[in-house]
Design a protein around this ligand. Sequence first.
Ligand SMILES: NC(=O)NCCC[C@H](N)C(=O)O
Length: 309
Amino acid sequence: MTRHESFDEGFSLQRRRPEGGTPRLEAFGFRNETDVLTDVLLGSPAHLRHLATSSLSRKHLRENPCNIQIAQAQHKDLVAAYESFGVTIHRHAPEPELPMQVYARDSSVMTPYGAVITAMADWWRRGENYAAIRTYEKLGIPIYDMVTSGTFEGGDFNVIEDGVVLIGCGGARTQEEGARQVEGWFRKEGWETRLAFFDEFYVHIDLMVVPIAEKLTAVCLDSTEPGIVDWLKAKGHEIIDVPFRDTMDLGCNFMSLGKARVIAPRSSQVLIGRLKALGFEVAEVDMSEISKTGGGIHCMAQALRRVPG
Ligand SMILES: NC(=O)NCCC[C@H](N)C(=O)O
């Protein structure tokens, strides 16, 4: 049986078992966000526009707006980095009405049980949710469930380790209603969940907390609530502190490929130096132009399949 023919994984709009015990997918999915990445879902910057979507993107828009051609070239370099590591790339079909579709992290979240279709907060991103349903149908990946209570964006679903999820709640993007709904689903599956409340300035939790490897997590200590850091440390996680200034340039927003390999933004030299000192192979990609629109490498990627390394 090939990966895409697994018989119990046909496309469905709601695979979640209400009482919990939903079977894990066989062909797609992952245990955690640090195993070996084999398949990633990306969006396209073909119709990218620089909008005032957050304090960060608004500041760049005011002072030095994104050059879209350079941003598109930088995204090509990002795609090439995934290819150089042998990752299979799947893509959302680009739609001209969707200026932020490149941020594939947000309109859905992959889980071990299927994809969650989120509920985007901003009207200019809501269509991405419908486009994501079509993408998963095309890929034959079933949908675990769809958020129906308030808003929820994928950058706020942060799998810390197998069966443990940190759910961000900044209010403006992910509302507490959406966070509680998703939390309830995963508790029923037996997961440990933790909500991280933060100011809407920070947009999503994956701006400041991103897993690197087993028991190793990058955190911006200057912007992350100490209780979250203590919680990670109590689980035995080593922390790599990403400076606040780098974090504001999306420097804590990178992608772990497993087996001590990472794709990181070139500007994040403190993180990159620490990773290299620990023996990681780091593909450095210049994301300085595209990230003016408010997101980074982690925001642009959705892991569809990871396997133990
Ligand atoms: N997960 C993320 O942090 N995504 C970044 C989204 C950037 C986009 N400009 C937005 O504000 O919606």
